[in-house]
Design a protein around this ligand. Structure first.
Ligand code: PAF
Length: 287
């Protein structure tokens, strides 16, 4: 495996592979890798000839300076995790901020209503920053396919929109959420949970799966209130938002018959750490 810090060395190596008509899979990450990322890398390896993994903590997608400062970084551990998976010609691309942003970024995307709900509402500017970096990375790597986890479900919708706006010929591959043994969605941020917050964090998944299984019994509004009460009652978790929304438009539903594909989305503050999760709701049987 090769580790490159510059855009030009990365592009030269990828060009040598695509000259041989080899298929490139891409896994963009912000490092602090865990089993969720590794499952994306394994899938990319199965479905392509070579894989590029980028590790870059993208400053322009952080709306909260403390979150950027505290975001876990451990390149040595990341490389150790990737080494057994990647082959000779696979690439880890680890650019610096100066390499990615030689001048300040001012581009503004219009992702429409996809970016004004849920994460977009609570993290202003976040999706614009994601759009900027993913567009840059796609133009550097020129992958045939790119792999993203469904934990960031709204991000996936934004990236689908981005490739239409930017007319990029990349196949976007959504991959299922990988969970810890107790249901907590894997996240780089989990390592920052205190033992106490970690022990209660699986209740987030329990609360939303329980709600999703009970959509025959209550309205979306009632189930949202039950989730908020259940989690806030613990005293260690604070629900930022919980929403039942259409999987494609991401717009909240107020009645179950408004959409055939509804998901329950949640963001919770667990001490200093912000956690997000989502689960699909089964189709309502009585409709
Ligand atoms: O999901 C992430 O880790 C990041 O948002 C991404 C897609 C790597 C862009 O920085």
């Amino acid at each position: 495996m090769k580790i490159f810090e510059t855009i030009s060395s990365t592009q030269d190596h990828i060009q040598s592979l695509t000259d041989k008509h080899l298929r490139i899979g891409f896994v963009p990450t912000m490092g602090a890798l865990h089993e969720g990322h590794l499952s994306l890398v394994r899938r990319a390896l199965r479905e392509n000839d070579h894989v590029v993994v980028s590790i870059f903590v993208n400053p322009v997608q952080f709306n909260n300076p403390d979150d950027l400062k505290n975001y876990p970084r451990d390149l040595t551990a990341d490389v150790q995790l990737l080494e057994p998976l990647l082959k000779d010609d696979d690439i880890i691309f680890v650019p610096s901020v100066a390499e990615m942003y030689p001048k300040p970024e001012t581009h503004q995307y219009d992702f429409g209503s996809l970016a004004t709900v849920m994460e977009g509402r609570f993290r202003p500017g976040h999706f614009n920053g994601v759009g900027i970096v993913v567009n840059k990375l796609f133009r550097i790597v020129k992958p045939h396919a790119a792999y993203f986890g469904e934990k960031d479900f709204q991000q996936l919708a934004i990236i689908h929109r981005l490739i239409v706006i930017e007319q990029l010929p990349v196949q976007i591959v959504p991959c299922e959420i990988v969970r810890e043994y107790d249901g907590l969605a894997m996240s780089s941020r989990n390592v920052r949970l205190t033992p106490e917050h970690r022990s209660f964090a699986p209740m987030i998944y329990q609360a939303i799966t329980h709600a999703a299984a009970n959509i025959d019994l209550e309205t979306p509004e009632e189930l949202k209130m039950i989730i908020v009460k259940t989690l806030n009652r613990i005293g260690l978790l604070e629900v930022e938002y919980v929403e039942f929304a259409d999987e494609t438009t991401l717009q909240p539903v107020i009645a179950w018959n408004e959409s055939d594909h509804i998901r329950c989305f949640i963001a919770v503050q667990a001490g200093d750490v912000r956690l997000i999760d989502n689960v699909p709701c089964p189709k309502q049987l009585s409709l």
